[in-house]
Design a protein around this ligand. Structure first.
Ligand code: NAG
Ligand code: NAG
Ligand code: NAG
Ligand code: NAG
Ligand code: NAG
Length: 379
């Protein structure tokens, strides 16, 4: 008797599960086709290729024939363009030139995928990363071909002897930034010599040197070993200075303290100038990010942050670098931001530019930035 009941209950449960699977499958199919048609613009291309109706439907705005997406995205069942009769060729006899993309890039780019799997164990070479990113142009520049971005973003990476990390950073970040529809350039600021490392000063150099390239209006300062785990963490500037790396794996995916501003942060040109850039006098590890945080709050701004589920980061594990020992003066210095920030900053920056090299995936700016002043003798 009870066995029979059990059997029936099981049968019902099975039916419900089956039904759920079916619904799930249907929704996945609908989503799949929706994304596919958006991404590849199949239907408008189809219309246009056949030349049936040349008026520009809503799908056409994003498309630029001459900019040419990779050939592989052309669905193979369509006739190749040069097999069509001349009148149907998209570029033939256009009465007016195709306008530049007119639509601003969407606030929430449709191609984002959300949470990402990040690992550092696979074999990575610069050649492989180059093959993965043919649309990135010399010096690590990229502009979305199909929409008009609001900001030009310079990504500044302070650097010394971390070539292995750089490969992973480029491997993960270029595709993410592309999906985010960011108009960007990547600059590594390479501190030459073996004197004590100075992260904040290198960031000031990056700001200055990037602006020689083009009129950037947003600057994102990123350590080379930090990879975002979610592409919804959008790399552009916000109304307030932005802190991106709020939940790193090494801190248990939490903010280590309320005023933390380290790892990856972003300021618009205006915000950066308002705080006189970053301090130049923090030699060695630590403190400079707290000083920057103080500059922001002392100038009446506050830090904006993403949702804690989105602002997650993986850090590439490494030994502490040589010549970047913790700076023992940092605790005293951050008490004094109010007195020092007007004197010490982008307004007082000096350095010697040694070389600027444009590689396919990034610009390498090598500089000499001096060394720390001699420490007063304590006896
Ligand atoms: C082409 O499409 C537009 C709107 O989509 C319509 O107004 C127009 O009549 C169509 N022209 C032809 C020739 O079908
Ligand atoms: C299409 O894109 C190419 C390359 O990105 C660009 O040179 C060209 O000006 C664009 N054409 C139009 C009409 O926007
Ligand atoms: C696309 O194909 C054309 C010729 O069919 C070729 O010249 C061009 O280099 C190809 N572009 C890409 C990105 O493969
Ligand atoms: C446009 O069409 C005319 C004839 O209809 C032809 O003579 C001319 O070469 C075409 N122009 C282009 C750019 O294809
Ligand atoms: C950048 O350029 C410097 C100076 O030429 C060179 O020593 C260094 O290896 C380069 N670094 C990278 C990551 O390209």
């Amino acid at each position: 008797m009870s066995r029979l009941m059990l059997g029936r209950t099981l049968e019902r449960v099975c039916k419900v599960v089956l039904l759920l699977c079916l619904i799930h499958f249907l929704i996945m199919m609908i989503l799949y086709f929706d994304v596919y048609s958006q991404r590849f613009d199949i239907f408008s291309r189809f219309n246009n290729g056949r030349g049936t109706n040349n008026s520009r439907g809503p799908h056409h705005y994003y498309y630029n024939y001459s900019s040419g997406r990779p050939n592989a995205t052309f669905p193979s069942y369509l006739p190749a363009i040069d097999q069509l009769p001349p009148s149907a060729r998209p570029e033939a006899n256009r009465t007016r030139p195709t306008p530049k993309p007119v639509l601003p890039c969407p606030e929430a780019p449709p191609g984002l995928v959300g949470r990402l799997l990040i690992e550092f164990s696979s074999q990575m070479t610069m050649e492989k990363v180059q093959r993965e990113n043919p649309s990135v142009t010399d010096g690590g520049r990229y502009t979305p071909p199909d929409c008009r971005p609001k900001q030009k973003v310079a990504i500044i990476i302070p650097f010394r002897h971390r070539d292995h990390h750089l490969k992973f950073w480029l491997h993960y970040l270029h595709p993410i930034l592309r999906r985010q529809k960011i108009d960007y350039g990547v600059y590594i600021i390479n501190q030459l010599g073996e004197d004590t490392f100075n992260r904040a000063k290198l960031l000031n150099v990056g700001y200055t040197e990037a602006l020689r390239d083009t009129e950037y209006d947003c600057f994102i300062f990123s350590d080379v070993d930090l990879i975002p785990m979610d592409d919804r963490n959008l790399y552009h500037c916000y109304d307030q200075p932005r802190h991106f790396a709020i939940a790193m794996d090494k801190f248990g995916f939490r903010l280590p303290y309320a005023g933390y501003f380290g790892g990856v942060s972003g300021l618009s040109r205006k915000q950066f100038l308002k705080i006189n850039g970053f301090p130049n006098e923090y030699w060695g590890w630590g403190g400079e990010d707290d000083d920057i945080y103080n500059r922001i709050t002392l100038n009446g701004m506050k830090v904006s942050r993403p949702d804690v589920r989105i602002g997650r980061y993986r850090m590439i594990k490494h030994e502490r670098d040589k010549h970047n020992e913790p700076n023992p003066q940092r605790f005293n210095k951050i008490q004094n931001t109010k007195n020092t920030m007007r004197k010490d900053g982008i307004s007082s920056l000096t350095y010697r530019l040694v070389s600027v090299k444009k590689y396919p995936l990034y610009t390498n700016i090598s500089v000499e930035i001096g060394k720390p002043p001699p420490r007063p003798n304590r006896g």
